[in-house]
Design a binder for this molecule. Structure first.
Ligand SMILES: [Zn+2]
Length: 189
């Protein structure tokens, strides 16, 4: 299965001329909510993840809101494990109350896109407070160019790195290609 084709089919991976939230210009843009827009594609992507995780001891599959929720749920469903999600509460990553989590449980974390790995680290920290062992982190896309590293294996279905430019250096601007400014994602929700 070609992950990049799935991302292109769902318009999660867009090619064109984009102004990113950083202000830099890029030929590609990832509309990450599109990754979970089509449940049949989510099922396929999660099947790949579940397959890569099959040798890990797992009690709970954890996903950070929002993108990670659908993915972690589907991986948990396919593997016959329990599902847990985390969310930001007053800016601090927390586990949604009501889930039964035991000290010594083994967890994997599922994320849609890893850019810096910052939010995954916060999820790892909150799981440590519960004395849960994080066995692996899995993501659909790793955009960190190898920079995101954790104390456990990181498994990604696709590694995507895009070149970005300041406006004055942008070759697409020089070709007068119309620029799009995709909606900023609201991470604080
Ligand atoms: Zn440009």
């Amino acid at each position: 299965m070609n992950i990049q084709h799935i991302l292109e089919d769902t318009n999660a991976l867009l090619k064109g001329h984009f102004k990113l939230t950083s202000g830099r210009h890029s030929e590609y843009y990832v509309e990450k909510i599109k990754i979970i827009h089509y449940p049949d594609k989510v099922e396929l992507l999660c099947k790949e993840i579940a397959n890569k995780l099959k040798d890990f001891p797992i009690d709970i599959v954890v996903g950070p809101a929002f993108g990670g929720i659908a993915l972690a749920y589907e991986v948990a469903r396919q593997m016959g494990k329990k599902f847990v999600f985390t969310q930001r509460k007053d800016d601090k990553m927390s586990i949604r109350s009501g889930f039964d989590i035991k000290a010594g449980d083994n967890a994997v974390i599922i994320e849609d896109i890893i850019t810096t790995g910052g939010s995954v680290k916060e999820v790892i920290d909150v799981l440590k407070e519960y004395h849960v062992n994080v066995q692996a982190v899995a993501s659909i896309v790793d955009r960190s160019a190898g920079k995101a590293q954790f104390d456990c294996p990181l498994i990604s279905l696709a590694e995507l790195t895009f070149e970005t430019w300041e406006e004055k250096d942008c070759p697409l601007c020089k070709e007068n290609i119309a620029i799009m400014k995709p909606g900023a994602s609201d991470k604080k929700l």
